[in-house]
Design a protein around this ligand. Structure first.
Ligand code: UT7
Length: 329
């Protein structure tokens, strides 16, 4: 039994925050942000809404596309680092919004690798025959943990979510073929949010010291990201006997255009083999890959039977690649 993607969709908020807007907020310029990151604008969710709002919207699009009811879902996995609240899980809130009490679900914290971790996890429940329909969602409201007074981080991130439906297929030549996943906890100190967990619960001091915002040592993460993403993507190609020309599309995590270009170069891919939408949405963390996949599907960038590679790197450090044969028409 193979796990195939039978539906894909995404949701991004309407409100745009442009580089020009950021010029009014911090000491930066459109030119710096564009050349250093490739980002022109990002989307910002309303204050009174959480990640579950975007996740449920993305999931509803997929259910409508596939023309099935949420009652048919066996499992909902939400990859996110910005849950609506520490608990209950965002998956519970999504399930409620989808108006069903069927199945089960959980959140998965893999940072920017969250969606790939979730897809790999979900594929196992399908391949074992345990489940028939799994909604895999990746999404983050990064604006909820960004300090809009910090020019090092505020231009990079945005809000958004994407979702896919995973189902079984008897066609052994389609769907999730392989994945290589990594975790190296020694990287924890370079990217994260220091407070708000059990180690450093919210207090007057943690708020005053801005410890509830994302912290990143950009240059260090950049180096690890290029090497990690390129290494794992080339390994998965080699392991499966594939060359650059065999790959229809690389769907990379959208953290920095320079990272994507470097990874594509190392994989010897040309521009047409890579989907890039970082200019419009910035880094939506667990949202980048399913949003990009949804846009690639809308643009008909891959056909049934095409090889597609996902590759990503994020906080933890976490990183990985997933190889699949596209199964939708
Ligand atoms: O998704 C999870 C994984 N995350 C990543 O993959 C992100 C990896 N890192 C990056 O993408 C890049 O390191 C950044 C985009 C975060 C930063 O780019 P950089 O080329 O590494 O810049 P930098 O941090 O080394 O800063 C270069 C200069 C500094 O000035 P000095 O010290 O050379 O005078 C910064 O102060 O640019 C300055 N700078 C800015 N200038 C204008 C930093 N941020 C800004 C800004 N506008 N927004």
């Amino acid at each position: 039994m193979r796990a195939i993607i039978t539906g894909v969709g995404h949701y991004v908020p309407d409100r745009k925050l442009t580089n020009k807007d950021l010029e009014q907020m911090v000491d930066t310029s459109d030119e710096w942000i564009t050349t250093r990151t490739g980002i022109k604008e990002r989307r910002i969710l309303d204050n009174d809404k959480g990640t579950s709002y975007m996740a449920a919207k993305a999931a509803k699009t997929v259910l409508e596309q596939r023309n099935i009811s949420a009652d048919e879902l066996d499992l909902i996995i939400v990859a996110t680092i910005t849950p609506d609240m520490p608990f209950p899980a965002t998956a519970a809130l999504v399930q409620k919004e989808l108006n069903t009490t069927k199945g089960w679900g959980f959140d998965l914290n893999g940072a920017c690798t969250g969606f790939v971790y979730a897809l790999a996890t979900a594929s196992q429940f399908i391949e074992t025959g345990k489940h028939d329909k799994i909604m895999v969602i990746g999404g983050d409201k990064m604006s909820s943990i960004i300090d809009y007074g910090d020019r090092n981080t505020c231009p990079i991130f945005g809000d958004g979510a994407g979702a896919v439906l995973l189902e079984p297929s008897n066609d052994n030549d389609l769907g999730v073929e392989d994945f290589i996943l990594h975790l190296d906890g020694s990287g924890y100190k370079y990217l994260g949010m220091p407070a708000g967990g059990s180690l450093l619960p919210a207090s007057y001091e943690t708020v005053k010291e801005k410890k509830h915002f994302l912290y990143q040592e950009g240059k260090t993460v950049f180096k690890y990201a290029v090497n990690g993403m390129a290494d794992v993507a080339t390994k998965i190609m080699k392991k499966n006997g594939l060359n650059a020309k065999d790959i229809k599309l690389l769907i990379p995590h959208q953290a920095n255009l320079r990272i994507i270009d470097a990874v594509a170069n190392k994989m010897k891919l040309n521009k047409e083999q890579v989907i890039i939408n970082i200019d419009k949405f910035g880094n939506t963390t667990a949202g980048t890959i399913p949003i990009a996949m949804s846009e690639a599907y809308e643009k008909k960038m891959m056909q049934k039977g095409d090889w597609v590679i996902l590759s990503t790197f994020g906080a933890g450090f976490t990183w990985g690649s997933l190889l699949l044969k596209w199964a939708m028409d």
